[in-house]
Write a new protein. Structure first.
Length: 243
């Protein structure tokens, strides 16, 4: 889509001199992007964040129901088979979600199932954690996500690129998953996890701005959702360990 020089507003094209957007307008996503592509990319970004907001709202609602309605939490905690099924269900749903991400309404159906299954496990975790700690983790996660997202958009306007972080983050996450540091260094282990998922927020936000294609809105929202959720759970475990 690079090289677009205008978009249609009210049936007439709007063009900028040389095909570039006015840098002083503050709407430029990154240097060198054409006006038309910039407008399309902003629309794509708003769509992704709209889906992400719906996922977070669903997670909040399901988690709250699990915490406040004791029979749900008791059922999940008392039946290891159901809990195990819910833990593996999101991994299974990732395959059809990726395959049908461009097939409406299947993409939203699988996305809803994926989000709901993850939300139930998050709800069980929150139900077995002190409310004050959950609130602190939520506030900290919100602050970190907002700060990192704002920084990435600002850095993108300045021409910075974070694509180099992909291999580093993947390798770090692999080491974190399969080579834990042990119970005596839980705080360090949690801190490294928080840094990795914070890095993924920057990396995936940069991909959202520059690399995801316009028909990958479902997959873009899934990646950002997992980044936010994993950061929240990591912070929650760290705070829980300290209390």
């Amino acid at each position: 889509m690079q090289g677009y020089t205008g978009v249609s507003t009210g049936g007439s094209p709007v063009e900028m001199k040389g095909g570039d957007i006015d840098i002083e307008s503050g709407d430029l996503l990154y240097p060198g992007i054409g006006y038309g592509e910039n407008q399309l990319r902003w629309g794509f970004i708003r769509k992704v964040y709209g889906i992400l907001a719906a996922q977070i709202a669903l997670t909040t609602a399901v988690s709250a129901a699990t915490v406040l309605y004791a029979p749900i939490n008791d059922l999940l905690r008392g039946n290891s088979g159901i809990l195990l099924f819910l833990i593996f269900t999101p991994f299974v749903l990732l395959w059809p979600l990726h395959i049908y991400q461009q097939r409406h309404p299947l993409n939203f159906i699988f996305l809803g199932l994926f989000t709901a299954s993850l939300s139930l496990t998050v709800g069980v975790t929150c139900a077995n954690t002190e409310g004050r700690i959950v609130l602190e983790a939520l506030i900290l996660t919100s602050a970190v996500v907002a700060a990192l997202t704002g920084y990435t958009f600002w850095a993108s306007k300045k021409g910075k690129d974070f694509s180099f972080m992909g291999p580093i983050l993947f390798t770090s996450l692999f080491i974190l998953m399969f080579f834990p540091l042990g119970s005596t260094t839980t705080a360090i282990y949690g801190s490294i996890g928080a840094i990795i998922f914070s890095g993924y927020i920057v990396y995936d936000t940069d991909n959202l701005i520059k690399r995801f294609t316009y028909d990958e809105y479902i997959w873009a929202s899934v990646t950002l959702y997992l980044d936010v959720l994993n950061l929240f759970l990591t912070i929650l475990r760290m705070l829980k360990q300290d209390n």
